[in-house]
Ligand binder design. Structure first.
Ligand code: ADP
Length: 548
Protein backbone atom coordinates (compact mmCIF):
# COMPACT_ATOMS: atom_id res chain seq x y z
CA UNK A 1 0.00 0.00 0.00
CA UNK A 2 1.20 3.48 -0.76
CA UNK A 3 2.13 5.68 2.21
CA UNK A 4 0.17 8.95 2.14
CA UNK A 5 2.40 11.87 1.10
CA UNK A 6 5.05 9.58 -0.43
CA UNK A 7 4.82 9.46 -4.22
CA UNK A 8 4.51 6.03 -5.83
CA UNK A 9 7.04 5.17 -8.55
CA UNK A 10 4.29 4.55 -11.05
CA UNK A 11 1.54 6.96 -10.08
CA UNK A 12 1.57 10.64 -9.18
CA UNK A 13 -1.44 12.88 -8.98
CA UNK A 14 -1.69 14.97 -12.12
CA UNK A 15 -1.15 18.67 -11.45
CA UNK A 16 -0.08 21.56 -13.68
CA UNK A 17 2.46 22.53 -11.00
CA UNK A 18 4.86 19.91 -12.36
CA UNK A 19 4.88 21.74 -15.71
CA UNK A 20 6.69 24.73 -14.22
CA UNK A 21 9.17 22.35 -12.57
CA UNK A 22 9.92 20.97 -16.02
CA UNK A 23 10.36 24.38 -17.64
CA UNK A 24 12.74 25.66 -14.96
CA UNK A 25 14.84 22.51 -15.18
CA UNK A 26 15.11 22.50 -18.95
CA UNK A 27 14.95 26.21 -19.83
CA UNK A 28 15.96 28.22 -16.73
CA UNK A 29 17.24 31.17 -18.81
CA UNK A 30 14.35 31.30 -21.26
CA UNK A 31 12.18 34.42 -20.88
CA UNK A 32 8.99 33.36 -19.12
CA UNK A 33 7.33 36.74 -18.58
CA UNK A 34 7.51 40.13 -20.29
CA UNK A 35 5.77 43.18 -18.90
CA UNK A 36 6.71 46.60 -20.23
CA UNK A 37 10.51 46.72 -19.88
CA UNK A 38 10.49 43.95 -17.29
CA UNK A 39 11.83 40.50 -18.31
CA UNK A 40 11.77 37.42 -16.09
CA UNK A 41 13.36 34.10 -17.01
CA UNK A 42 11.97 30.75 -15.89
CA UNK A 43 14.38 30.53 -12.95
CA UNK A 44 13.25 33.94 -11.66
CA UNK A 45 9.58 33.24 -12.33
CA UNK A 46 9.72 29.87 -10.58
CA UNK A 47 11.56 31.41 -7.58
CA UNK A 48 8.88 34.10 -7.19
CA UNK A 49 6.09 31.50 -7.34
CA UNK A 50 7.85 29.44 -4.65
CA UNK A 51 8.41 32.53 -2.52
CA UNK A 52 4.70 33.33 -2.74
CA UNK A 53 3.80 29.76 -1.74
CA UNK A 54 6.26 29.73 1.17
CA UNK A 55 5.08 33.12 2.41
CA UNK A 56 1.41 32.06 2.29
CA UNK A 57 2.23 28.93 4.30
CA UNK A 58 4.19 31.02 6.83
CA UNK A 59 1.21 33.33 7.15
CA UNK A 60 -0.92 30.33 8.08
CA UNK A 61 -2.61 29.27 4.82
CA UNK A 62 -3.74 25.63 5.13
CA UNK A 63 -4.30 23.19 2.26
CA UNK A 64 -7.75 23.67 0.74
CA UNK A 65 -8.06 27.31 1.81
CA UNK A 66 -8.83 30.04 -0.67
CA UNK A 67 -6.66 32.90 -1.89
CA UNK A 68 -8.60 35.47 -3.91
CA UNK A 69 -6.97 37.68 -6.56
CA UNK A 70 -8.33 40.96 -7.91
CA UNK A 71 -5.72 41.58 -10.58
CA UNK A 72 -5.41 42.53 -14.24
CA UNK A 73 -3.13 40.49 -16.52
CA UNK A 74 0.11 41.44 -14.75
CA UNK A 75 2.97 39.16 -13.59
CA UNK A 76 1.63 38.62 -10.02
CA UNK A 77 -1.52 37.09 -11.57
CA UNK A 78 0.65 34.51 -13.37
CA UNK A 79 2.63 33.92 -10.16
CA UNK A 80 -0.62 33.33 -8.23
CA UNK A 81 -1.56 30.54 -10.66
CA UNK A 82 1.44 28.56 -9.39
CA UNK A 83 2.23 30.06 -5.99
CA UNK A 84 -1.24 29.59 -4.51
CA UNK A 85 -1.63 25.88 -5.40
CA UNK A 86 2.04 25.25 -4.48
CA UNK A 87 0.94 26.29 -0.98
CA UNK A 88 -1.95 23.82 -1.24
CA UNK A 89 -4.39 26.72 -1.66
CA UNK A 90 -7.27 27.32 -4.04
CA UNK A 91 -6.94 30.30 -6.36
CA UNK A 92 -10.08 32.38 -6.73
CA UNK A 93 -9.58 35.01 -9.44
CA UNK A 94 -12.18 37.76 -9.30
CA UNK A 95 -13.57 39.60 -12.30
CA UNK A 96 -12.08 43.10 -11.96
CA UNK A 97 -15.23 44.84 -13.23
CA UNK A 98 -17.51 43.52 -10.52
CA UNK A 99 -19.29 45.77 -8.04
CA UNK A 100 -18.45 45.81 -4.32
CA UNK A 101 -21.52 43.84 -3.25
CA UNK A 102 -20.76 40.95 -5.61
CA UNK A 103 -17.07 40.95 -4.66
CA UNK A 104 -18.07 40.80 -0.99
CA UNK A 105 -20.42 37.89 -1.76
CA UNK A 106 -17.59 36.03 -3.53
CA UNK A 107 -15.05 36.66 -0.75
CA UNK A 108 -17.47 35.37 1.88
CA UNK A 109 -18.86 32.47 -0.15
CA UNK A 110 -15.37 31.32 -1.19
CA UNK A 111 -14.10 31.88 2.38
CA UNK A 112 -11.00 33.71 1.12
CA UNK A 113 -8.24 33.77 3.72
CA UNK A 114 -6.02 36.05 1.63
CA UNK A 115 -6.83 38.68 -1.02
CA UNK A 116 -4.19 39.80 -3.52
CA UNK A 117 -5.37 43.13 -4.90
CA UNK A 118 -4.00 45.74 -7.28
CA UNK A 119 -4.13 49.20 -5.71
CA UNK A 120 -6.00 50.48 -8.79
CA UNK A 121 -9.06 48.69 -7.39
CA UNK A 122 -8.78 50.23 -3.92
CA UNK A 123 -12.13 52.09 -4.03
CA UNK A 124 -14.25 49.03 -4.88
CA UNK A 125 -12.21 46.70 -2.66
CA UNK A 126 -12.43 49.10 0.29
CA UNK A 127 -16.22 49.03 -0.04
CA UNK A 128 -16.30 45.25 -0.51
CA UNK A 129 -14.15 44.74 2.60
CA UNK A 130 -16.58 46.89 4.58
CA UNK A 131 -19.34 44.42 3.61
CA UNK A 132 -17.64 41.06 4.20
CA UNK A 133 -18.36 38.96 7.25
CA UNK A 134 -14.81 37.58 7.40
CA UNK A 135 -11.99 39.89 6.36
CA UNK A 136 -9.10 38.16 4.56
CA UNK A 137 -5.44 39.08 4.88
CA UNK A 138 -5.15 41.86 2.27
CA UNK A 139 -2.01 42.00 0.14
CA UNK A 140 -1.54 45.16 -1.95
CA UNK A 141 0.11 45.01 -5.34
CA UNK A 142 1.64 48.27 -6.49
CA UNK A 143 2.06 47.97 -10.23
CA UNK A 144 4.54 50.52 -11.58
CA UNK A 145 2.66 50.53 -14.90
CA UNK A 146 -0.72 50.96 -13.20
CA UNK A 147 -2.50 54.17 -12.24
CA UNK A 148 -1.54 53.91 -8.54
CA UNK A 149 -4.11 53.89 -5.76
CA UNK A 150 -4.43 53.50 -2.01
CA UNK A 151 -2.84 50.64 -0.13
CA UNK A 152 -5.58 48.98 1.93
CA UNK A 153 -3.78 45.97 3.11
CA UNK A 154 -1.85 44.33 5.82
CA UNK A 155 1.24 43.84 3.70
CA UNK A 156 2.58 44.74 0.29
CA UNK A 157 3.16 41.96 -2.26
CA UNK A 158 6.94 42.36 -2.58
CA UNK A 159 7.31 42.36 1.23
CA UNK A 160 5.21 39.21 1.38
CA UNK A 161 7.36 37.53 -1.29
CA UNK A 162 10.51 38.42 0.66
CA UNK A 163 9.13 36.41 3.60
CA UNK A 164 9.22 33.19 1.53
CA UNK A 165 12.15 31.04 0.36
CA UNK A 166 12.88 30.86 -3.37
CA UNK A 167 13.56 27.10 -3.11
CA UNK A 168 10.39 26.21 -1.20
CA UNK A 169 9.50 22.56 -1.89
CA UNK A 170 5.83 22.26 -2.66
CA UNK A 171 3.87 19.10 -1.85
CA UNK A 172 1.99 17.10 -4.45
CA UNK A 173 -1.73 17.43 -3.89
CA UNK A 174 -2.99 14.51 -1.79
CA UNK A 175 -5.36 13.72 -4.66
CA UNK A 176 -5.39 14.97 -8.23
CA UNK A 177 -9.09 15.66 -7.63
CA UNK A 178 -8.21 18.30 -5.02
CA UNK A 179 -9.41 21.74 -5.96
CA UNK A 180 -6.89 24.03 -7.66
CA UNK A 181 -9.13 26.99 -8.40
CA UNK A 182 -12.54 28.53 -7.93
CA UNK A 183 -14.17 30.59 -10.67
CA UNK A 184 -17.46 32.37 -10.24
CA UNK A 185 -19.93 32.48 -13.13
CA UNK A 186 -21.35 35.81 -14.16
CA UNK A 187 -24.47 35.46 -11.99
CA UNK A 188 -26.84 37.17 -14.36
CA UNK A 189 -29.70 35.24 -12.75
CA UNK A 190 -29.00 35.64 -9.05
CA UNK A 191 -25.85 35.14 -7.01
CA UNK A 192 -22.86 33.83 -8.98
CA UNK A 193 -22.08 30.12 -8.73
CA UNK A 194 -18.59 29.02 -7.65
CA UNK A 195 -17.17 26.57 -10.20
CA UNK A 196 -14.53 24.22 -8.75
CA UNK A 197 -11.60 23.06 -10.92
CA UNK A 198 -9.41 20.13 -9.90
CA UNK A 199 -5.67 19.59 -10.45
CA UNK A 200 -6.29 16.71 -12.87
CA UNK A 201 -8.61 18.74 -15.09
CA UNK A 202 -6.23 21.72 -15.05
CA UNK A 203 -3.32 19.47 -16.07
CA UNK A 204 -5.26 17.78 -18.85
CA UNK A 205 -6.78 21.06 -20.00
CA UNK A 206 -3.35 22.71 -20.05
CA UNK A 207 -2.03 19.96 -22.33
CA UNK A 208 -5.00 19.96 -24.64
CA UNK A 209 -4.35 23.65 -25.40
CA UNK A 210 -0.98 22.71 -26.84
CA UNK A 211 -2.58 20.25 -29.22
CA UNK A 212 -5.78 22.03 -30.16
CA UNK A 213 -4.00 25.37 -30.53
CA UNK A 214 -0.95 23.83 -32.24
CA UNK A 215 1.32 25.88 -30.04
CA UNK A 216 4.60 24.16 -30.92
CA UNK A 217 7.65 24.91 -28.77
CA UNK A 218 8.49 28.29 -27.24
CA UNK A 219 5.53 30.34 -28.43
CA UNK A 220 5.07 33.97 -27.41
CA UNK A 221 1.62 34.45 -25.95
CA UNK A 222 -0.05 37.85 -25.53
CA UNK A 223 -2.44 38.20 -22.60
CA UNK A 224 -5.47 39.78 -24.31
CA UNK A 225 -7.83 37.32 -22.55
CA UNK A 226 -8.41 38.10 -18.85
CA UNK A 227 -6.76 35.58 -16.55
CA UNK A 228 -9.64 36.08 -14.15
CA UNK A 229 -11.87 34.36 -16.70
CA UNK A 230 -11.65 30.53 -16.41
CA UNK A 231 -7.99 30.88 -15.38
CA UNK A 232 -7.23 32.45 -18.74
CA UNK A 233 -8.53 29.33 -20.52
CA UNK A 234 -5.73 27.40 -18.68
CA UNK A 235 -2.91 29.14 -20.58
CA UNK A 236 -0.95 30.17 -17.43
CA UNK A 237 -0.46 26.43 -16.85
CA UNK A 238 0.05 25.59 -20.54
CA UNK A 239 2.88 28.00 -21.25
CA UNK A 240 5.63 26.41 -19.11
CA UNK A 241 4.90 23.06 -20.77
CA UNK A 242 6.08 24.57 -24.08
CA UNK A 243 8.64 26.92 -22.53
CA UNK A 244 6.48 29.77 -23.77
CA UNK A 245 6.79 33.47 -23.05
CA UNK A 246 3.86 35.37 -21.55
CA UNK A 247 3.50 38.99 -22.63
CA UNK A 248 1.42 40.68 -19.93
CA UNK A 249 -1.07 43.40 -20.74
CA UNK A 250 -2.82 45.51 -18.12
CA UNK A 251 -5.69 46.61 -20.33
CA UNK A 252 -6.97 45.77 -23.77
CA UNK A 253 -5.86 48.63 -25.98
CA UNK A 254 -5.66 48.06 -29.76
CA UNK A 255 -2.65 50.36 -30.30
CA UNK A 256 -0.70 48.57 -27.54
CA UNK A 257 -1.74 45.15 -28.85
CA UNK A 258 -0.59 45.95 -32.39
CA UNK A 259 2.67 47.35 -31.02
CA UNK A 260 3.33 44.19 -28.97
CA UNK A 261 2.40 41.86 -31.83
CA UNK A 262 5.26 43.37 -33.82
CA UNK A 263 7.77 44.32 -31.08
CA UNK A 264 7.59 41.11 -29.02
CA UNK A 265 6.93 38.87 -32.05
CA UNK A 266 3.79 37.46 -30.50
CA UNK A 267 2.69 34.16 -32.01
CA UNK A 268 -0.60 33.47 -30.20
CA UNK A 269 -3.36 35.31 -28.40
CA UNK A 270 -6.98 34.71 -27.37
CA UNK A 271 -10.04 36.88 -27.13
CA UNK A 272 -13.77 37.28 -27.29
CA UNK A 273 -15.19 38.18 -30.72
CA UNK A 274 -15.79 41.77 -29.65
CA UNK A 275 -12.12 42.23 -28.73
CA UNK A 276 -11.08 40.85 -32.10
CA UNK A 277 -13.68 43.01 -33.84
CA UNK A 278 -12.24 46.06 -32.08
CA UNK A 279 -8.80 45.09 -33.42
CA UNK A 280 -10.04 44.70 -37.02
CA UNK A 281 -11.62 48.14 -36.86
CA UNK A 282 -8.64 49.93 -35.30
CA UNK A 283 -6.62 52.21 -37.64
CA UNK A 284 -3.40 50.31 -36.76
CA UNK A 285 -4.82 47.20 -38.47
CA UNK A 286 -4.13 48.85 -41.83
CA UNK A 287 -0.40 49.21 -41.26
CA UNK A 288 0.27 45.97 -39.40
CA UNK A 289 3.52 44.40 -40.57
CA UNK A 290 3.86 40.92 -39.10
CA UNK A 291 7.11 39.03 -39.63
CA UNK A 292 5.91 35.88 -37.82
CA UNK A 293 2.78 33.74 -38.15
CA UNK A 294 0.15 34.81 -35.60
CA UNK A 295 -2.85 32.78 -34.53
CA UNK A 296 -5.80 34.24 -32.63
CA UNK A 297 -8.11 31.93 -30.72
CA UNK A 298 -11.58 33.33 -30.56
CA UNK A 299 -14.36 32.13 -28.30
CA UNK A 300 -16.68 33.05 -25.49
CA UNK A 301 -19.40 34.05 -27.96
CA UNK A 302 -20.05 33.25 -31.60
CA UNK A 303 -17.57 35.09 -33.84
CA UNK A 304 -19.34 36.58 -36.86
CA UNK A 305 -17.78 35.19 -40.04
CA UNK A 306 -17.02 38.79 -41.09
CA UNK A 307 -14.69 39.16 -38.08
CA UNK A 308 -12.87 35.93 -38.92
CA UNK A 309 -12.49 37.17 -42.52
CA UNK A 310 -11.23 40.62 -41.48
CA UNK A 311 -8.54 39.14 -39.22
CA UNK A 312 -7.39 36.71 -41.89
CA UNK A 313 -7.10 39.74 -44.22
CA UNK A 314 -4.59 41.43 -41.91
CA UNK A 315 -2.55 38.25 -41.67
CA UNK A 316 -3.85 36.82 -38.39
CA UNK A 317 -5.00 33.21 -38.60
CA UNK A 318 -8.15 32.55 -36.57
CA UNK A 319 -9.14 29.37 -34.75
CA UNK A 320 -12.58 29.19 -33.26
CA UNK A 321 -13.01 27.78 -29.72
CA UNK A 322 -16.11 27.12 -27.66
CA UNK A 323 -16.58 26.35 -23.99
CA UNK A 324 -17.85 27.50 -20.65
CA UNK A 325 -16.58 28.31 -17.18
CA UNK A 326 -17.76 24.82 -16.17
CA UNK A 327 -15.42 23.21 -18.74
CA UNK A 328 -12.33 25.22 -17.71
CA UNK A 329 -12.86 27.45 -20.77
CA UNK A 330 -12.72 25.89 -24.26
CA UNK A 331 -14.03 22.35 -24.62
CA UNK A 332 -14.52 22.41 -28.41
CA UNK A 333 -12.61 23.84 -31.33
CA UNK A 334 -13.08 24.02 -35.03
CA UNK A 335 -10.38 21.53 -36.05
CA UNK A 336 -9.09 22.32 -39.54
CA UNK A 337 -9.69 19.82 -42.36
CA UNK A 338 -7.29 19.90 -45.30
CA UNK A 339 -10.17 19.88 -47.82
CA UNK A 340 -11.04 23.37 -46.59
CA UNK A 341 -7.77 24.71 -48.06
CA UNK A 342 -9.39 24.66 -51.49
CA UNK A 343 -12.47 26.65 -50.44
CA UNK A 344 -12.93 30.35 -51.18
CA UNK A 345 -12.73 32.80 -48.27
CA UNK A 346 -16.50 32.90 -47.64
CA UNK A 347 -16.93 29.14 -47.67
CA UNK A 348 -13.90 28.77 -45.39
CA UNK A 349 -15.29 31.32 -42.93
CA UNK A 350 -18.58 29.40 -42.94
CA UNK A 351 -16.75 26.23 -41.86
CA UNK A 352 -14.66 27.96 -39.21
CA UNK A 353 -17.64 29.82 -37.75
CA UNK A 354 -18.84 26.42 -36.45
CA UNK A 355 -17.93 25.51 -32.87
CA UNK A 356 -16.51 22.20 -34.05
CA UNK A 357 -15.42 19.10 -32.23
CA UNK A 358 -14.36 18.18 -28.71
CA UNK A 359 -10.89 18.77 -27.27
CA UNK A 360 -8.88 15.64 -26.55
CA UNK A 361 -9.48 16.08 -22.83
CA UNK A 362 -13.24 16.18 -23.21
CA UNK A 363 -13.75 12.45 -23.54
CA UNK A 364 -17.22 12.68 -25.01
CA UNK A 365 -19.64 15.27 -26.33
CA UNK A 366 -23.01 15.15 -28.04
CA UNK A 367 -25.93 17.25 -29.15
CA UNK A 368 -28.96 15.65 -27.54
CA UNK A 369 -32.53 16.07 -26.43
CA UNK A 370 -32.17 17.17 -22.78
CA UNK A 371 -35.24 15.21 -21.68
CA UNK A 372 -34.66 11.85 -23.39
CA UNK A 373 -30.83 12.23 -23.58
CA UNK A 374 -31.07 10.80 -27.12
CA UNK A 375 -28.54 12.32 -29.54
CA UNK A 376 -30.15 14.37 -32.32
CA UNK A 377 -29.62 13.22 -35.93
CA UNK A 378 -26.49 14.62 -37.60
CA UNK A 379 -28.58 16.50 -40.15
CA UNK A 380 -27.45 20.08 -39.50
CA UNK A 381 -31.08 20.93 -38.72
CA UNK A 382 -32.38 19.35 -35.54
CA UNK A 383 -31.77 21.43 -32.45
CA UNK A 384 -30.48 19.81 -29.27
CA UNK A 385 -28.45 20.75 -26.21
CA UNK A 386 -24.67 20.37 -26.15
CA UNK A 387 -23.62 17.87 -23.46
CA UNK A 388 -20.09 17.01 -22.45
CA UNK A 389 -18.21 14.70 -20.12
CA UNK A 390 -14.54 14.31 -19.45
CA UNK A 391 -11.62 15.21 -17.26
CA UNK A 392 -11.85 18.92 -17.83
CA UNK A 393 -15.35 19.29 -16.52
CA UNK A 394 -15.79 21.04 -13.15
CA UNK A 395 -15.99 19.07 -9.90
CA UNK A 396 -19.22 20.93 -9.18
CA UNK A 397 -20.52 24.19 -7.76
CA UNK A 398 -19.21 25.20 -4.34
CA UNK A 399 -21.80 24.68 -1.59
CA UNK A 400 -24.53 24.16 -4.17
CA UNK A 401 -25.31 20.42 -4.52
CA UNK A 402 -28.71 21.06 -6.12
CA UNK A 403 -27.26 23.13 -8.96
CA UNK A 404 -24.47 20.55 -9.40
CA UNK A 405 -26.94 17.68 -9.60
CA UNK A 406 -29.08 19.59 -12.07
CA UNK A 407 -26.06 20.39 -14.28
CA UNK A 408 -24.91 16.72 -14.26
CA UNK A 409 -28.25 14.99 -14.69
CA UNK A 410 -28.19 11.86 -16.82
CA UNK A 411 -24.42 11.50 -16.44
CA UNK A 412 -23.52 14.44 -18.68
CA UNK A 413 -22.75 18.09 -18.07
CA UNK A 414 -25.58 20.12 -19.61
CA UNK A 415 -24.20 23.28 -21.22
CA UNK A 416 -27.49 25.10 -21.82
CA UNK A 417 -26.35 25.79 -25.40
CA UNK A 418 -28.55 24.83 -28.31
CA UNK A 419 -26.85 23.48 -31.41
CA UNK A 420 -27.24 21.40 -34.53
CA UNK A 421 -24.95 18.51 -35.38
CA UNK A 422 -23.58 18.36 -38.91
CA UNK A 423 -22.95 15.17 -40.87
CA UNK A 424 -19.18 15.63 -40.45
CA UNK A 425 -19.56 15.54 -36.64
CA UNK A 426 -19.02 19.31 -36.20
CA UNK A 427 -21.52 21.06 -34.03
CA UNK A 428 -22.83 24.54 -34.59
CA UNK A 429 -24.39 26.66 -31.86
CA UNK A 430 -27.64 28.33 -32.72
CA UNK A 431 -28.19 30.00 -29.39
CA UNK A 432 -28.08 29.80 -25.66
CA UNK A 433 -31.28 28.11 -24.55
CA UNK A 434 -32.40 31.36 -22.93
CA UNK A 435 -31.57 33.53 -25.97
CA UNK A 436 -33.31 31.65 -28.76
CA UNK A 437 -36.33 33.45 -30.26
CA UNK A 438 -39.48 31.48 -30.93
CA UNK A 439 -41.63 33.38 -33.40
CA UNK A 440 -44.95 31.88 -34.50
CA UNK A 441 -43.60 28.47 -33.46
CA UNK A 442 -40.42 28.82 -35.57
CA UNK A 443 -36.97 28.95 -33.97
CA UNK A 444 -34.84 31.96 -34.86
CA UNK A 445 -31.14 31.74 -34.09
CA UNK A 446 -30.02 35.15 -32.90
CA UNK A 447 -26.47 34.19 -33.95
CA UNK A 448 -27.61 33.72 -37.56
CA UNK A 449 -29.32 37.13 -37.66
CA UNK A 450 -26.31 38.81 -36.01
CA UNK A 451 -23.99 37.23 -38.56
CA UNK A 452 -25.96 38.86 -41.39
CA UNK A 453 -26.00 42.22 -39.58
CA UNK A 454 -22.21 42.09 -39.11
CA UNK A 455 -21.79 41.65 -42.86
CA UNK A 456 -23.44 45.02 -43.50
CA UNK A 457 -20.61 47.46 -44.25
CA UNK A 458 -21.89 50.09 -41.80
CA UNK A 459 -22.32 47.76 -38.81
CA UNK A 460 -19.64 47.74 -36.12
CA UNK A 461 -21.48 45.61 -33.55
CA UNK A 462 -24.85 43.92 -33.39
CA UNK A 463 -26.96 41.94 -30.96
CA UNK A 464 -30.37 40.42 -31.50
CA UNK A 465 -32.88 39.63 -28.75
CA UNK A 466 -36.56 38.82 -28.62
CA UNK A 467 -39.24 41.48 -28.37
CA UNK A 468 -42.79 40.57 -27.37
CA UNK A 469 -45.30 40.34 -30.18
CA UNK A 470 -49.06 40.00 -29.78
CA UNK A 471 -49.27 38.13 -33.04
CA UNK A 472 -46.11 35.99 -33.10
CA UNK A 473 -45.30 35.61 -29.41
CA UNK A 474 -41.77 36.90 -30.02
CA UNK A 475 -40.03 38.70 -32.86
CA UNK A 476 -36.35 39.62 -33.33
CA UNK A 477 -35.17 43.05 -32.25
CA UNK A 478 -31.70 44.23 -33.29
CA UNK A 479 -29.43 46.57 -31.35
CA UNK A 480 -26.75 47.98 -33.62
CA UNK A 481 -23.66 50.16 -33.23
CA UNK A 482 -22.64 51.84 -36.49
CA UNK A 483 -19.05 52.35 -37.63
CA UNK A 484 -17.73 55.87 -37.33
CA UNK A 485 -18.41 57.80 -40.53
CA UNK A 486 -21.46 55.58 -41.25
CA UNK A 487 -23.82 57.11 -38.69
CA UNK A 488 -26.26 58.17 -41.43
CA UNK A 489 -27.30 54.61 -42.09
CA UNK A 490 -31.01 54.16 -41.43
CA UNK A 491 -33.03 51.36 -39.88
CA UNK A 492 -34.77 50.84 -43.21
CA UNK A 493 -31.45 50.25 -44.96
CA UNK A 494 -30.47 47.66 -42.35
CA UNK A 495 -33.84 45.97 -42.59
CA UNK A 496 -33.64 45.89 -46.40
CA UNK A 497 -30.24 44.19 -46.07
CA UNK A 498 -31.70 41.60 -43.72
CA UNK A 499 -34.63 40.97 -46.06
CA UNK A 500 -32.18 40.28 -48.89
CA UNK A 501 -30.24 37.79 -46.79
CA UNK A 502 -32.69 36.14 -44.40
CA UNK A 503 -36.07 34.42 -44.41
CA UNK A 504 -38.83 36.99 -43.76
CA UNK A 505 -39.73 35.79 -40.25
CA UNK A 506 -36.08 36.19 -39.15
CA UNK A 507 -35.85 39.86 -40.17
CA UNK A 508 -35.67 42.15 -37.10
CA UNK A 509 -38.83 44.17 -36.60
CA UNK A 510 -36.97 46.87 -34.68
CA UNK A 511 -33.50 48.32 -35.17
CA UNK A 512 -32.21 50.31 -32.24
CA UNK A 513 -28.95 52.22 -32.68
CA UNK A 514 -26.48 52.90 -29.88
CA UNK A 515 -23.70 51.47 -27.71
CA UNK A 516 -24.08 47.87 -26.57
CA UNK A 517 -23.72 46.96 -22.88
CA UNK A 518 -20.88 44.48 -22.36
CA UNK A 519 -19.38 42.28 -19.70
CA UNK A 520 -15.72 42.56 -18.77
CA UNK A 521 -14.98 39.56 -20.95
CA UNK A 522 -16.37 41.34 -23.98
CA UNK A 523 -19.75 39.63 -24.12
CA UNK A 524 -22.85 41.60 -24.92
CA UNK A 525 -25.24 41.66 -21.98
CA UNK A 526 -28.32 40.40 -23.73
CA UNK A 527 -30.40 40.46 -20.57
CA UNK A 528 -30.04 44.27 -20.49
CA UNK A 529 -31.14 44.51 -24.12
CA UNK A 530 -33.99 42.04 -23.57
CA UNK A 531 -35.20 44.32 -20.82
CA UNK A 532 -35.20 47.30 -23.18
CA UNK A 533 -36.90 45.27 -25.91
CA UNK A 534 -39.61 44.10 -23.54
CA UNK A 535 -41.33 47.49 -23.93
CA UNK A 536 -41.59 47.10 -27.70
CA UNK A 537 -44.51 45.49 -29.44
CA UNK A 538 -44.40 44.89 -33.17
CA UNK A 539 -48.16 44.84 -33.54
CA UNK A 540 -48.09 48.59 -33.00
CA UNK A 541 -44.87 49.71 -34.69
CA UNK A 542 -43.06 48.02 -37.50
CA UNK A 543 -39.41 48.67 -38.34
CA UNK A 544 -38.92 51.39 -35.80
CA UNK A 545 -35.56 52.96 -35.25
CA UNK A 546 -34.47 54.78 -32.13
CA UNK A 547 -33.37 57.59 -34.43
CA UNK A 548 -37.04 58.00 -35.34
P1 ADP B 1 -20.77 33.66 -18.91
O1 ADP B 1 -21.80 32.67 -18.44
O2 ADP B 1 -20.39 34.70 -17.95
O3 ADP B 1 -21.04 34.20 -20.28
P2 ADP B 1 -18.99 31.58 -19.75
O4 ADP B 1 -17.64 31.78 -20.26
O5 ADP B 1 -19.17 30.41 -18.88
O6 ADP B 1 -19.39 32.86 -19.01
O7 ADP B 1 -19.96 31.54 -20.97
C1 ADP B 1 -20.08 30.39 -21.69
C2 ADP B 1 -21.11 30.59 -22.76
O8 ADP B 1 -20.61 31.46 -23.78
C3 ADP B 1 -21.48 29.32 -23.45
O9 ADP B 1 -22.46 28.60 -22.73
C4 ADP B 1 -21.99 29.83 -24.78
O10 ADP B 1 -23.34 30.22 -24.69
C5 ADP B 1 -21.15 31.06 -25.03
N1 ADP B 1 -20.04 30.74 -25.95
C6 ADP B 1 -18.76 30.48 -25.63
N2 ADP B 1 -18.03 30.25 -26.75
C7 ADP B 1 -18.87 30.36 -27.80
C8 ADP B 1 -18.73 30.21 -29.21
N3 ADP B 1 -17.56 29.95 -29.76
N4 ADP B 1 -19.82 30.39 -29.96
C9 ADP B 1 -21.03 30.66 -29.41
N5 ADP B 1 -21.23 30.83 -28.09
C10 ADP B 1 -20.17 30.67 -27.29
Amino acid sequence: MQTPGVPAPNHVPLTPLSLLDWAVTVYPRKTAVIYGDQRMDYAQYDARCRRLAAALVRRGLKPGQTVAAMLPNIPPMLEAHFGVPMAGGILNTINIRLDARTIAFILDHGEAKVLLTDTAFAPVIREALSLVKHKPLVVDIHDALGPGGDALGDVDYETLLAEGEPDFRWQWPASEMDTISLNYTSGTTGNPKGVLYHHRGAHQGAFSNIIACQMGQQPTYLWTLPMFHCNGWRFPWTLPAVAGTSVCLRAVDPAEIFYLLEAEKVTHFCGAPLVLNMLCNAPEANTLNLKQPVTAYVGGAAPPSSVIGALENIGIHVVHLYGLTETYGPSHYCAWQSEWDALDADARAEQTARQGVRYLTIEDSMVADPDTMEPVPMDGQTLGEIMVRGNSVMSGYLKNPDATEEAFRGGWYHTGDLAVWHADGYLEIKDRAKDIIISGGENISTIEVEDILYRHPAVLEAAVVSAPSERWGETPCAFVTLKSGKEDTTADEIIAWCKDNLAGFKVPRHIIFGELPKTSTGKIQKFVLRDQASDLDDSKVAHRSSKG
